[in-house]
Design a protein around this ligand. Sequence first.
Ligand code: PAF
Length: 284
Amino acid sequence: MALAVVTTAHHFRRACQEARLEGELALVPTMGFLHAGHQSLIQAAGQRAPTVAVTIFVNPAQFGPGEDLSRYPRDLAGDLRKCEEAGAHVVFAPEGEREIYPPGFQTHVEPGLLAAPLEGEKRPGHFRGVCTVVLKLFALSRADAAFFGEKDYQQFRVIEQMVQDLNVATEVVGRPIVREADGLALSSRNAYLSAEERGRATALWKALGAARSAFRSGEHGAAQLEELAAKAIAESGLRLDYAAVRDPVALQRPQRADGKSRLLLAAFLGKTRLIDNGALGEAQ
Ligand code: PAF
């Protein structure tokens, strides 16, 4: 099937309706500037359903004032090539913000407790913007399943909870982080890094490795593991935003970590904010 590119909500709804007559539909919501991580989501979606729809929309509602909305990287032609290469069938690239937020738009999704700490605390309103646009994309597509990368682990959990709380029929599927050979988690924001910064950007991966190895050696105290990761990040010259050990479901801080507890990290490298995370019990 050739790649169909639609630019209006109306045409996206229609394309998805037609696809669903043939079988299941899997959705991959993105903000574009696609990389191999997005392509792995598209491929996983293709294993799940005969039709894969990708959305490309830099969602202003999830950026705070002073964040990188105006400079967020964009490359629609490259994105379409990568979608096709990865096996997508439909791409929805709204021709303007008004396709998603028309004049008079006034209803938002307010996520709860899961959205309060970590990214939610550092980026007020972020998850409200994410949930609102994702619910709209679910409503337009009526996808059977939607695929999200676990680099944004809290986002994945917040969306899973939204779907459960609001009885949305779309199944939310989380997929493992895709990394560069040196461990850096793929992210569209890596494009902001200078060559010198790129060299130091593995600090989060190294901090995760240090915490994992301490965990394996018997250090299970959440506070101690957080401190160790924070120290590793600071020593690489990055400015720590948070290093948090959390249970993988409620994202609450355990006294003592187990192998499934996740270490979630955020740090600034120059002006670029990087995030990463992983389960403490996983090998690295
Ligand atoms: O993860 C992202 O790229 C975005 O937060 C999403 C899920 C596409 C919503 O805009």
